[in-house]
Design a protein around this ligand. Structure first.
Ligand code: COA
Length: 351
């Protein structure tokens, strides 16, 4: 038996980890400020800024979807990688707000990119999506079957929000971020990942209707059951536990400690969550960057948008040790440990 298996092998598994070859982001033009929200719901700029750190967020136009944003981010990542789209052999998309229940948003993006034939699928871990997708991409590259993997986090939460619900409409924004990954040639890149889920907490953050548990009906539309429901205080407490756990666990067994880490790049949900997690970890808050004042919580896109901004500003330097860490509905949480050996920045601004 053993001999047959060995002779059947078509690929020698080399276990070479993944590195970033390119990175890009897409942000919609339309800005919704806290002052705009004051005229829509019973809230105030002061309340939103002091409770969340958010000042404004971006939203897509009515005729634009998650895959439009994702495609734009992918084009930017492919361009910074300096490759042709046809070289991509796998697209992994993560989103909390897919264009449709099916097909996958990855396939929609593949079609829009005009890549004739590659594999494409979605990873669903809501706001932890990019952490999960990086881990899956790294694992696929380690099989030696995929050499250029496009990972994209894209979300248009503005289309899932009840804009009369002040508990949720103040938090979210739209955006997309993408990365091209390839086998690393120097041992740097994604060194480790830690992924977790606790399905018993599914009802802390969810969209009730539109799936098989509660198919769309006149009632579900009338009762706004296609919009996000959230138990904010519980999610807050979970997040403040999840970030330190994931950062600690992703370092375990790697020979690195928090002292070696140059940046923790956290999911951008609430500045108070980031600050509390930094305190719990005793990690300098200056090394936990944030841009949520301008973009709000862009769900799966928040980490790659921030990575893209850091890369374009020159903050990311070769050899730095990074942790990307996320949490979200599911409940899900996790982290990636990355030795940055990404592309050299050659100029250009985020749009
Ligand atoms: N404007 C003004 N007041 C608001 C408000 C708003 N937008 N939203 C809620 N309030 C009110 C509440 O009704 C409550 O009033 P009450 O005391 O009279 O009952 C008061 O403000 C405090 O509400 P509370 O929910 O305790 O506020 P909070 O400090 O927990 O902040 C969140 C609320 C949602 C900002 C916070 O819980 C949070 O960020 N949670 C995490 C959410 C998250 O990150 N989700 C995505 C995860 S990926």
């Amino acid at each position: 038996m053993k001999q047959i298996w060995q002779s059947d092998r078509v690929h020698e598994i080399k276990r070479v980890n993944a590195r970033f070859l390119g990175i890009g982001a897409a942000i919609p033009d339309k800005v919704v400020t806290n002052l705009d929200l004051e005229s829509m719901v019973d809230t105030s700029d002061e309340w939103i800024r002091s409770r969340t750190g958010i000042t404004e967020r971006r939203v897509v136009s009515d005729d634009s979807s998650t895959s439009d944003l994702g495609t734009e981010a992918c084009l930017a990542a492919i361009s910074s990688a300096g490759i042709d789209p046809e070289e991509i052999d796998l697209i992994i998309a993560c989103t909390s707000s897919p264009d449709m229940i099916f097909p996958s948003t990855a396939c929609m993006i593949q079609g829009k990119l005009g890549i004739p034939s590659c594999a494409a699928f979605d990873v669903m871990a809501v706001c932890t999506g990019f952490i999960y997708a990086l881990s899956v991409a790294d694992a696929m590259i380690r099989t030696d079957r995929y050499r250029k993997v496009l990972v994209v986090g894209a979300d248009a939460f503005s289309k899932l929000i009840d804009w009369t619900d002040r508990n949720t409409c103040i938090l979210f924004g739209d955006g997309a971020g993408a990365a091209v990954l390839e086998p690393s040639d120097d041992g740097g890149g994604i060194l480790n990942s830690y992924l977790k889920a606790d399905g018993s907490g599914w009802d802390q953050l969810y969209v009730p209707a539109g799936g098989t548990a509660m198919p769309a009906s006149a009632d579900t539309v009338q009762n706004k059951m296609h919009s996000v429901r959230m138990r904010g205080a519980e999610v807050f407490k979970f997040a403040v536990r999840a970030i330190p756990e994931a950062c600690t666990e992703v370092l375990r067994g790697t020979g690195h400690s928090l002292d070696d880490v140059d940046f923790i790049i956290p999911h951008q949900a609430n500045q108070r969550i980031i600050t509390s997690a930094a305190k719990k970890l005793r990690f300098p808050i200056e090394k936990m960057p944030s841009n949520l004042d301008r973009f709000g919580n862009t769900s799966t896109a928040s980490i790659p948008i921030l990575l893209d901004e850091m890369w374009r500003s020159g903050a990311l330097q070769s050899g730095q040790l990074l942790i990307t860490v996320g949490f979200g509905s599911g409940l899900t949480w996790g982290a990636n440990l990355i030795r940055w050996n990404g592309p050299k920045f050659v100029g250009g601004d985020i749009n």
